[in-house]
Ligand binder design. Structure first.
Ligand SMILES: Cc1cc2nc3c(=O)[nH]c(=O)nc-3n(C[C@H](O)[C@H](O)[C@H](O)COP(=O)(O)OP(=O)(O)OC[C@H]3O[C@@H](n4cnc5c(N)ncnc54)[C@H](O)[C@@H]3O)c2cc1C
Ligand code: FES
Length: 289
């Protein structure tokens, strides 16, 4: 699995003032584009950013984490960073309400990135809600490596599926599931996975979305003996490895289960190594408990 930072903060990370270039509504989300200079060249699919929210006098001291949807260097040397933001609580609502021309404080890129195979493989990309954000740039990278790329996107309802037209072009097939049946197949992403794994002879699953979805995918990937790289979205208070709010129990190469910081040793992790649980209790068998 690729890791820029190992157990340290991503070595390419920097804190910058980024100008908002555009902010457009897309279904339930805001597609936001920032000018970040040459930092864009260091961002890889799976990395995330931590943004200061609320303005200079705000009591919201914790930065908010967002997956990088796309990062690119334009021919004129301008570096762009794109995010897909769901206005949810006070911080993300503040961010989504910013207008072009405003400047925000961004730390980027943070965390690990998706591991890219050296040889072409059959890849299945699975996203839940805004969890589709980092998967489109990943799909392009995998296609450039000669991989077959199938994608499944799921959400509670159609407006929460983020699947831009240009993103769809970079995949061999796109399957949509919604809980209420307002788009695609009625049900959950996990309902369609086994069939797709078999039909497309999938070698690796890449996923991003809510914890319960990642747990369900891990059960299926284990049953089919398929590699599962997932990007976890555990709550993060600092995003840079110092506060320990983002820890998950993860089994290391040595077999020992440790509470692992998902902001520096993740968010991309080997799903088959995570001890998934909906409770926040430290499970028995964890080192140091
Ligand atoms: C790696 C990663 C990628 C993400 N990518 C996206 C994305 O692409 N798009 C998107 O819309 N959202 C994304 N999110 C979710 C996004 O970070 C949250 O929706 C956002 O932080 C909510 O902030 P809020 O102020 O709107 O909500 P609020 O609920 O008002 O505030 C949440 C704040 O409380 C903190 N917090 C919550 N629980 C705890 C806890 N147990 N201990 C300490 N602090 C806590 C959080 O760190 C956060 O700062 C991502 C999250 C992570 C971790
Ligand atoms: S969010 Fe603080 S250590 Fe990970």
């Amino acid at each position: 699995m690729a890791s820029d930072g190992g157990t340290m903060i991503n070595s390419k990370a920097a804190s910058i003032k980024a100008e908002l270039i555009s902010n457009k509504k897309a279904g339930s989300y805001n597609h936001m584009v920032f000018s970040v200079g040459e930092l864009a060249a260091h961002c890889k699919p799976g990395n995330f950013v931590a943004i200061k929210v609320g303005g200079p006098t705000s009591a919201m001291v914790l930065r908010r984490a967002f997956a990088i949807y796309r990062a690119s260097m334009r021919s004129d040397g301008m570096g762009l960073l794109e995010l897909v933001v769901a206005p949810y609580g006070n911080g993300s609502k503040w961010l989504a309400s910013q207008e072009a021309g405003s400047v925000v404080d961004v730390i980027a890129p943070l965390g690990t990135s998706f591991g890219i195979p050296v040889e072409p493989v059959n890849a299945l990309l699975v996203g839940g809600g805004y969890g589709s954000a980092p998967l489109f740039a990943l799909a392009e990278t995998l296609k450039q490596r000669g991989c077959r790329v199938d994608m499944v996107l799921g959400a509670s309802t159609a407006a929460k599926i983020y699947a831009p037209l240009e993103g769809k072009r970079s995949v061999n097939s796109l399957t949509i599931t919604t809980d209420d049946g307002s788009a695609g197949t009625m049900g959950r992403v996990s309902d369609v996975l086994s069939q797709l794994i078999q039909e497309n002879e999938v070698d690796v699953i890449y996923s991003c979305g809510p914890m319960a979805m990642l747990q369900a995918i891990t059960e299926i990937s284990t049953a089919h003996d398929v590699v599962h790289q997932c990007s976890v979205e555990e709550s993060m208070a600092c995003g840079i490895g110092v506060c320990m709010t983002c820890v998950l129990p993860v089994q290391g190469d040595d077999g020992v289960i440790r509470m692992t910081r998902t902001c520096v040793e993740g968010p991309v992790m080997d799903g088959n190594r995570v001890l998934w649980s909906t409770s926040r209790e430290i499970p028995d068998g964890v080192w140091g408990k």
